[in-house]
Ligand binder design. Structure first.
Ligand code: GAL
Length: 658
């Protein structure tokens, strides 16, 4: 179990470093991420490296028994780079060049940036690849977190090359993008540009490919660095830190190239329900690389600096959120950052060692957590044994949030998280997977808003139901193919037989307060009553049973929820986007119908329950104490229990008796 944080010793005089190491030992720190923003310190000029200071820091940490997750330091280029090579800077869709003075001011596709970053990584690797303190390589930092897309001339060239590799001929590109529309037909790749500012809507195929390209450019940067590390003989695990459900980077494609998934997570302490979205994020990163424990690479010990208002965490809240990560498969808890900065944009951001010193609640909590984590026995790897899959797909996300749809206000992630929160309140273990990963390990799979459905995804969902799985699909699902084009034969072409319905119209509703027209559609049936928004589709049940009908508005009396017995399984189709209460009602019904049991029964909704092999973690995120029956060995108290009482933010980690 690793414990620690980002360590930025270059911000401090050398006399502070030994105190840092002593304090780290006091806090139970086992590993720090070193050098993430040290480029200008390590390389004051092109071709000139200063490693002496870094040698001393690494040796000092090593003598103190602190392992090093060594960063490649390529996340924030030094000032000499743009001085000599201004073309490395990224450009927004509006044509604004993003200048230096902050961080991440580089175009991922810039050959100059890549060459100079590569030089730095090669020099670092050569020097430290065999250093016994270095146990992991931290490539770059949060790829794309600020620069979500780039329209520089480097990007123009790289986009054309990427398209040429993907399509081979310009005719194939024309076909994929449907450029017969609006006179967009290209006669050479040289005519194609990124979808930057334009008079009106862009070609949806182009938008989708630009998202793919952007994710690929960032991944290429990672792979370039990884290759250099491996060539230098790196034996340590290599990683880069993720940001959960981060739209610009399709982490599901990246993950094969990471030895260990590491993730940064910053729930808002002001939001009493943010722990559920944090749980979603943990389950997502756990599901990205099952069987391999992941690391919580960054979180805050207390307040942040970057929200409009940065509330402190409540007493115990940081520890509760840390245990949530461990319960959901993390083998390490680390922070941004070790010592609070005294200058710079993040000087108000909390740290393990606060600016106010060690006589602080933050420090006491940090020390207590370090001690508690150290007492844990080895935990089983990150499997939750989930029987429920929630489909969350980057390509569907990109495509559904393209403009010019029946309803243009759909926030894909927010709706997926709405379903997750209902499953979380029901204390059911959930894997968050791509459509291709839905298979017979699961009993029940949810595929809401799977607007873009690939052939292989459709095949996986179909055989899942054929083989006995229960699939909940819709609305606005199976609408387009991987090019964002309609398939022949209407909508729902791939899942029609499985679901036993056809979709004639999407029936857009207005957003609440969004002007005249219906903004919600109520429905009622054997599953209970629920209210939907965004869409009230016109669905015709072929072989499927109508389980709920719309009771209001223009769809009054029509199918709102259908159930189709197909093969050995069941295909549900939902014709609207249920609100939070509606999702709760429906989730209960689907779980019952599929026979899925909670991890633990009789637990209040605000208690977070997770499993990790035979270990169950219970965390009280409510404001009153609760007692929960659970039998086994309490690993923190090292005592057998038949029930645990949890104060607000109280935690129990229990190895259950078989
Ligand atoms: C992360 C970043 C860190 C630090 C932190 C502050 O996005 O990786 O360097 O800026 O946010 O919350």
């Amino acid at each position: 179990m690793h414990y620690g944080g980002d360590y930025n010793p270059e911000q401090w005089p050398e006399s502070v470093w030994p105190q840092d190491v002593a304090r780290m030992r006091e806090a139970g720190v086992t590993m720090v991420s070193l050098g993430i923003f040290s480029w200008s310190r390590i390389q004051p000029a092109e071709g000139e490296f200063d490693f002496a200071w870094l040698d001393r820091v690494i040796d000092l940490l090593h003598e103190g028994g602190i392992a090093v997750d060594l960063a490649t330091a390529t996340a924030s280029p030094p000032p000499w780079m743009h001085e000599h090579y201004p073309d490395v800077l990224p450009v927004t869709a509006q044509g604004v060049m993003l200048g230096p003075g902050s961080r991440q001011h580089y175009a991922p596709s810039s050959p100059t940036y890549r060459r100079l970053a590569g030089d730095l990584v090669a020099a670092l690797a050569q020097r430290y690849v065999d250093h016994p303190a270095v146990v992991m390589w931290h490539v770059n930092n949060e790829y794309g977190c600020h620069v979500h897309e780039d329209h520089s001339e480097n990007a123009q060239r790289a986009f054309r090359e990427w398209l040429e590799r993907r399509y081979g001929t310009v005719d194939a590109l024309n076909e994929a993008w449907g450029t017969a529309f609006w006179s967009q037909r290209y006669t050479g790749f040289g005519q194609v540009r990124t979808p930057a500012a334009a008079p009106y809507s862009h070609n949806p195929g182009q938008l989708l490919d630009f998202k793919r390209f952007t994710s690929d450019m960032l991944l290429e940067c990672y792979l370039m660095e990884k290759e250099i590390l491996l060539e230098a003989g790196a034996k340590q695990p290599i990683t880069t830190n993720f940001m959960g459900a981060f739209k610009p980077a399709n982490y599901r494609q990246w993950v094969a190239h990471l030895d260990v998934v590491t993730d940064d997570c910053y729930p808002d302490p002001n939001d009493a329900e943010s722990f559920r979205d944090a749980a979603f994020q943990r389950d997502l990163v756990r599901s990205l690389k099952p069987h391999v424990p992941w690391l919580l690479m960054e979180q805050a010990s207390n307040a942040l600096n970057w929200r409009p208002s940065n509330a402190p965490k409540a007493p115990g809240q940081m520890e509760a959120l840390s245990w949530q990560a461990v319960g959901r498969g993390a083998d390490g808890v680390l922070f941004f950052q070790w010592r609070q900065s005294r200058a710079g944009a993040e000087k108000f951001h909390s740290a393990m060692l606060p600016h106010a010193g060690t006589d602080t609640r933050t420090w006491r909590e940090v020390v207590r957590l370090g001690r508690d984590l150290a007492t844990l026995p080895e935990l089983p790897a990150g499997q939750a044994g989930a029987r429920v899959a929630l489909v969350f797909d980057w390509e569907a996300w990109w495509a559904i949030e393209s403009p010019d749809h029946p309803h243009n206000g759909i926030d894909y992630l927010a709706i997926i998280q709405r379903w997750y929160r209902a499953l979380h309140r029901a204390h059911v273990a959930v894997d968050i997977v791509g459509p291709d990963q839905v298979h017979d390990r699961y009993q029940l799979a949810f595929a809401p808003l799977l607007y873009l459905l690939t052939d292989s995804g459709a095949q996986a969902l179909t055989s899942f139901v054929d083989g006995g799985g229960h699939l909940v699909a819709g609305p606005f699902t199976d609408v387009v193919d991987a090019r964002d084009q309609f398939r022949d034969g209407g909508y729902l072409t791939q899942l029609r037989d499985t679901l036993g319905v056809t979709v004639e119209d999407f029936g857009a509703l207005v957003s609440p307060g969004g002007g005249p027209g219906e903004s919600e559609a109520r429905a009622s049936g054997a599953c209970g009553d629920f209210t939907g928004g965004f869409l009230a589709e016109e669905v015709h049940a072929g072989g499927a049973d109508v389980v709920a009908e719309f009771t209001t508005g223009r769809r009054h009396g029509d199918a709102a929820l259908t159930r189709n017995v197909h093969g050995a399984g069941v295909g549900w189709y939902l014709a609207t986007v249920p609100d939070e209460a509606g999702v709760d009602t429906l989730v209960r019904h689907f779980l019952d119908d599929a026979g899925v049991a909670p991890v633990l029964g009789g637990v209040p909704a605000h208690v977070d329950v997770s499993t990790r092999g035979d270990v169950v973690t219970l965390i009280n995120f409510g404001s009153a104490a609760v007692t929960v029956d659970v039998q086994g060995q309490d690993l923190l108290a090292d005592a057998p229990v038949t029930s645990v009482t949890l104060a607000p933010f109280g935690v129990a980690v229990v190895r259950r008796q078989r």
